[in-house]
Design a protein around this ligand. Sequence first.
Ligand code: TXA
Ligand code: MG
Length: 350
Amino acid sequence: MVTKIIHADRETITPDDLAEAGEIIRGGGLVAFPTETVYGLGGNALDPDASARIYAAKGRPSDNPLIVHIADMSELAPLANEIPPMAKSLAGRWWPGPMTLIMKKSPAVPRATTGGLETVAVRMPSHPVAAALIRAAGVPIAAPSANLSGRPSPTSASHVIEDLDGRVDMIIDGGNSDIGLESTIIDLTGEEPELLRPGFVTIEEIRALTGSAGVDPAVFAPPSEDLRPKAPGMKYRHYAPKAPLTIVEGEAEAVAARIGGLCREAAASGKRCGVICSRQMAGRIDAPLIRILGEEGSADDAARSLFAALREMDEKEADLIYAESLPDEGLGMAVMNRLRKAAGYNIIRV
Ligand code: TXA
Ligand code: MG
């Protein structure tokens, strides 16, 4: 299929383009669109065939549920069996925004959209183009990240084009994603709220509002027989660049020395080493390929640049990749969750 690519200069998307995009979604087609977190691959959430097309376009296993995107609070009730009081307070604080809530689903949501589960994940994005698209479609939009399964989530239209050109009806180019990591997922179907995927809305902020909240242990450690992530998508090999990636943790000087040594060893055996790190760390290291994420200790910078950096390591054909770590707090927890997955939990402590 020929993919139509249109530009939406953040707030400005022409009414004609919007009407066409909405028509595609209503007709069962697929439109990739910008959100404040990452780009989404959207289809009509209430149409099982549209969900099947989403899975096919991404090459995604169909037991991995999709997030349903809405533009208005009134669209929530028809999707959920019941709206827990906690959903109202969390949504009141963070919607529209980078937070997804899991609730019991209503019969209106097809199991094809929820990967066979009786629960549904719902998010109200704040990106004006995403909100306008949902309104133009007139139906809730199911949207996973708009990457091929297993690749890093797309934070620019060029990433989406790389993965999905020819596989979807339309791609809306709205520039770079503001946040750069997928939404925080909170499960509201248990006794207390539980964080299933860390994101821009942090566990510290959630607890400040809800009193207590658990964290799925799978956020920190690799999935295993005993440790099955509650968000099915978190069990898959994710974000992984082609070359093996290793995280190097410790005091800055020691980390710089170790990465420098590893890169010299690599060079001696004819291998090209890529490093993903802060500006300050880059100043301490000599390596053939360095991708700076931003300022030292800035989780915002790292969140915004991490997925593009992983894609760049593939493009520039690094044979081995080393990355600096961040403290596991605030937004750093989300950055490290994605980085540990990308590294297949390969970590050197110095
Ligand atoms: O920021 C985001 O959330 C982006 C943008 C496009 O909104 N979307 C996104 O979707 O990251 P996706 O499909 O790449 O990740 C959705 C995650 C998966 O890990 C999936 O397993 C989990 O949400 N999920 C969805 N529905 C669920 C449910 N009912 N119960 C548990 N986990 C669920
Ligand atoms: Mg994804």
